[in-house]
Design a protein around this ligand. Structure first.
Ligand SMILES: Nc1ncnc2c1ncn2[C@@H]1O[C@H](COP(=O)(O)OP(=O)(O)OP(=O)(O)O)[C@@H](O)[C@H]1O
Ligand SMILES: [Mg+2]
Length: 210
């Protein structure tokens, strides 16, 4: 497993986020190798300035962590990157695509390439583990057999095949998170965002990085 370290640490400034990146990352990052390029991003909710002039460059093929105090804006930043939230100013370029310039259809396609494991998992109560994981593929109209094969693969990956037919109230917290990981990986996303327990990071790392 790759070790991680802080590039810079600003724990004494609780209103700032800290980006942590993998150990072997070369410091000279070339522009064309960037997966996520955030330039001077700012975002407010009314009077509350959540993101202020945030610039972060993340190259392809690496696992990164974003850490910071509660309420500092980590989730807001992630929602901006995956197109769920609009930002006020700055630029956000993901895999060469400027998010702001996408049409509605392009934005929908873009969201497909991003897998998100939500902080509260966002599993649907009325659906079984199987159906929760199948959901993204159903939305994209995949065939029954393709869905079945993929869901079972993913259940194996996150080691939860024995819970295939249960609903989320019968799962432990860690098991819920594993279902959420499987669902986020269902569409083979290029970028995976997750609030993951360190314990579960290896499920993400097992997959080939694109
Ligand atoms: N839709 C919204 N409308 C108004 N304020 C919001 C909205 N979403 C988030 N905020 C505020 O923006 C700030 C940043 O929230 P965010 O969820 O990004 O924090 P976070 O860093 O992810 O925190 P945590 O570690 O607790 O998950 C908080 O003060 C929050 O109350
Ligand atoms: Mg959050």
């Amino acid at each position: 497993m790759e070790r991680i370290r802080a590039i810079y640490s600003e724990w004494d400034q609780p209103t700032r986020m800290v980006l942590i990146v993998s150990m072997d990352l070369k410091m000279q990052i070339e522009r064309h190798q960037l997966m996520i390029q955030i330039e001077h991003l700012s975002k407010s909710f009314g009077d509350l300035r959540v993101l202020e002039d945030v610039s972060i460059h993340i190259p392809k093929g690496k696992i990164h962590g974003l850490i910071g105090h509660s309420g500092v804006g980590k989730s807001t930043l992630l929602r901006c990157i995956n197109g769920l939230e609009k930002y006020d100013s700055g630029n956000l370029i993901v895999d060469g695509i400027n998010i702001k310039e996408l049409t509605e259809t392009e934005a929908r396609k873009f969201k497909r390439s991003v897998g998100m494991i939500f902080q509260n998992f966002s599993l649907l109560n009325r659906l079984s583990v199987y159906e929760n994981i199948a959901l993204p593929m159903r939305c994209w109209k995949y065939g029954k057999n393709a869905i079945d094969k993929r869901v079972k693969e993913l259940l194996e990956l996150v080691e939860i095949s024995d819970k295939i037919n249960v609903r989320q109230h019968e799962l432990s917290g860690g098991q819920k998170q594993r279902v959420a990981i499987a669902r986020a990986l269902a569409m083979n996303p290029k970028i995976k965002f997750c609030y993951v327990m360190r314990l579960h990071l290896h499920y993400i790392q097992k997959l080939p990085v694109q």
